[in-house]
Design a protein around this ligand. Structure first.
Ligand SMILES: [Zn+2]
Length: 84
């Protein structure tokens, strides 16, 4: 049985699929019984997904530029309404 500490240390391995079937089973079992680690693993997965999105956005310049443009026009509009 994994301890919370062991689980936290192995959480990134789990996300990257670098675990044996047996290790993964122990990991999942701990998550089923420990809500604290469940929350931790959930947040970690979200963070990793976000990092992947940012990384892939950085390699594709077009959607990134469009995003910056949208951000600019949004802040410009805000600036006008604030000046009023
Ligand atoms: Zn735990």
């Amino acid at each position: 049985m994994l301890t919370c500490r062991e689980l936290n240390e192995r959480a990134t391995d789990h996300l990257e699929g670098q675990m044996s079937l047996r290790q993964r089973a122990g990991f999942k079992l701990h998550l089923l019984m420990c809500s604290k680690c469940r929350t931790y693993a959930d947040q970690l997965a979200k963070t990793v997904n976000l990092l992947r999105t940012v990384k892939s956005a950085a390699t594709q310049s077009t959607p990134d530029a469009r995003l910056i443009e949208a951000f600019r026009s949004a802040t410009a509009r805000n600036g006008k309404s604030n000046a009023r």
